[in-house]
Design a protein around this ligand. Sequence first.
Ligand SMILES: NC(=O)c1ccc[n+]([C@@H]2O[C@H](COP(=O)([O-])OP(=O)(O)OC[C@H]3O[C@@H](n4cnc5c(N)ncnc54)[C@H](OP(=O)(O)O)[C@@H]3O)[C@@H](O)[C@H]2O)c1
Length: 288
Amino acid sequence: MKEILVTGSNGQLGSEIRQLEKQYPGFSFTYTDVDELDLTDEKAVYDFLKNGQFDFCINCAAYTAVDKAEDDRELARLINATAVEYLTKACNAHNTYLVHISTDYIFDGTNYRPYVETDPPSPNSYYGLTKHEGEKAVEKFAGSSLIIRTAWLYSSFGNNFVKTMLRLGKERDALGVVVDQIGSPTYAGDLARAILDILCGKKIKQGVEIYHYSNEGVISWYDFARAIMNESGTDCKINAIESKDFPAKANRPFYSVLNKTKIKKDFGLEIPYWLDSLKHVLGQLKNK
Ligand SMILES: NC(=O)c1ccc[n+]([C@@H]2O[C@H](COP(=O)([O-])OP(=O)(O)OC[C@H]3O[C@@H](n4cnc5c(N)ncnc54)[C@H](OP(=O)(O)O)[C@@H]3O)[C@@H](O)[C@H]2O)c1
């Protein structure tokens, strides 16, 4: 039996891992969030890993409030970068293989084709900057580790674009949604399954490896909002607007499509199409 520690496990990704637990009988899971293990407490992190004897740690913890991070810089850096350094060092000291999650926001979004893992990071928001610092900490201090960059995460758990659209769609007749930011939505349950499948297999490489994972397909937030309304039968018109007409505190990449060839090739993954996964989650939300 392999022991897995899941940190930040009350969030979207952590909650989806919990849902899949029974499908992976070869793993024994320990779940923590900030109340049980605050990753910004270096000694607590070191001690927790020392006592637990974990084979793997999946780090789902993060400061994910992109706009708030522009003002709340100290805390964003503490959680997304400093705490990642603590966790990486503890994993390395106790022979725990770290799976760390990062983001498309480490790129500035000026590319003309899907980002590959070797494209140079150039974050244009403070959240992106701190997540990139987290990646660098893993690269510097990990013996062996997997960094998985993902994008536009949503789930029936937590707060996300899908749930916001469903709520606003009930309250309003029409909504403006940006049409000039392009990416790939990702159901956190699909990412959770991909991570557990990877850890089940025997294809993990030594050293630190970066991979990209999102659902298949490329759309704008406008397209996504329209699909959410159509598929949920919500009668709300979606109007296409430009980012300049929807001012936000943080910059966001205009184009953040991730190339997933490496993760598919190395681990033989089949990645679901975004619309199929959206339908699945809308079904879950209907039954909640
Ligand atoms: N959400 C997205 O659209 C998106 C896109 C790309 C990449 N990602 C990355 O994907 C990963 C998972 O994202 P997610 O959406 O599942 O995040 P999430 O729902 O915001 O969950 C993060 C969890 O980490 C916890 N946490 C915060 N500070 C902590 C600390 N000091 N110690 C331990 N736990 C702490 C949070 O608790 P509180 O809620 O109490 O703060 C929360 O339960 C993150 O690395 C994120 O950067 C997310």
